[in-house]
Design a protein around this ligand. Structure first.
Ligand code: SF4
Length: 313
């Protein structure tokens, strides 16, 4: 349960729902967090953990897990759930960024690297080349490291999806984020069918890799609509899905319609497994990169035990 609390006073006051306890994580300040902040600044890199105000940052960074955000910190879209700054980026892709990410992954001894980016609709390839160059740099620097990409929709440009897939990421992730009925409100620059096409294109280009997607709950969707999205994702070739609670990052973002209970996330996880997903992560604070390396290792182990002769790369 949550209750309304008032923030501020007078004309500028607004009401905000106090977070239910299952949506709150302790935010400790640890030496590891400070070290990662210094390292990212020194290498002129960005993380989605910081830019999107992820509630798991304290836990993930203390454990040394960071999700790198390529192509700067300014996004050309204005999704109404997202805390990343919106605007017209002033910078071209930094040619040093792929190498800096590879060095940062070495600094952190990462065995599984997650790469995402802002949307760069101002670039002819949407930034696909920078994803590919970064996967390549990681492969050259750390051959044993597995790589997961979480890409934009590239405005539906299949050649951009193929550019990323040609670099052979181990996991191709693109989040549909919400149900089709809410796209106009939540993701005004996106289309549900276009996102599905990105996922099916990735499946075609990388038949042996993991294809992954995710949803936020709490924006006004019904359980039935979520199950319909799960069915559509499975039809597009997705084998791993994440579901987590939407948390309003600031008063300028969409309000939370409701907080789903932990038991409801469990019910949806069961429904997704029954439908046939190989891996499901569902819980209030699940995010697509949360424990992503563990999820990949589980899927890889299960698949190799079924078909031991089949390498995944
Ligand atoms: S869940 Fe993902 S985005 Fe959030 S802190 Fe962890 S690695 Fe970063």
């Amino acid at each position: 349960m949550s209750e309304l609390i008032q923030i501020g006073e007078g004309a500028s006051a607004f009401t905000h729902r106090r977070l239910p306890s299952h949506c709150v994580r302790p935010q400790a300040r640890t030496p590891e967090i400070a070290g990662i902040e210094r390292m990212l600044r020194a290498r002129r890199l960005h993380s989605v953990c910081e830019e999107a105000r992820c509630p798991n940052r304290s836990e993930c960074w203390t454990a040394g897990h960071v999700t790198f955000m390529l192509l700067g910190s300014v996004c050309t879209r204005a999704c109404r759930f997202c805390a990343v700054e919106t605007g017209l980026p002033a910078n071209a892709p930094d040619p040093a960024e792929p190498e800096q990410v590879a060095r940062a992954a070495a600094d952190l001894s990462l065995s599984h690297v997650v790469l995402t980016s802002v949307d760069r609709d101002d670039l002819p390839d949407g930034g696909a080349g920078q994803f590919a160059a970064t996967v390549q740099a990681l492969r050259e620097a750390r051959a044993e490291t597995t790589v997961e990409v979480l890409t934009p929709d590239f405005q539906g440009d299949r050649s951009s999806v193929e550019t990323v897939c040609d670099a052979r990421p181990d996991v191709y992730n693109h989040n549909v984020e919400t149900v089709p009925r809410l796209y106009r409100t939540v993701r005004p620059g996106a289309r549900f069918e276009r996102s599905l096409d990105v996922l099916s294109s990735a499946r075609s280009a990388r038949p042996g890799a993991v294809v992954k997607s995710g949803l936020m709950l709490g924006l006004g969707e019904s359980e039935g609509e979520v199950v319909e999205v799960l069915e559509a994702l499975l039809g597009a070739g997705v084998d791993s899905v994440t579901m987590g609670q939407y948390l309003r990052p600031t008063r300028h973002h969409l309000p939370v319609d409701r907080y789903w209970e932990p038991e409801e996330f469990e019910t949806l996880a069961g429904a997704a497994r029954d439908l046939g997903f190989s891996h499901v992560a569902s819980g209030p604070l699940v995010r697509s990169s949360y424990h992503a390396g563990d999820a990949y290792a589980q899927m890889r182990g299960a698949r190799l035990s079924e078909t031991p002769a089949e390498g995944w790369r």
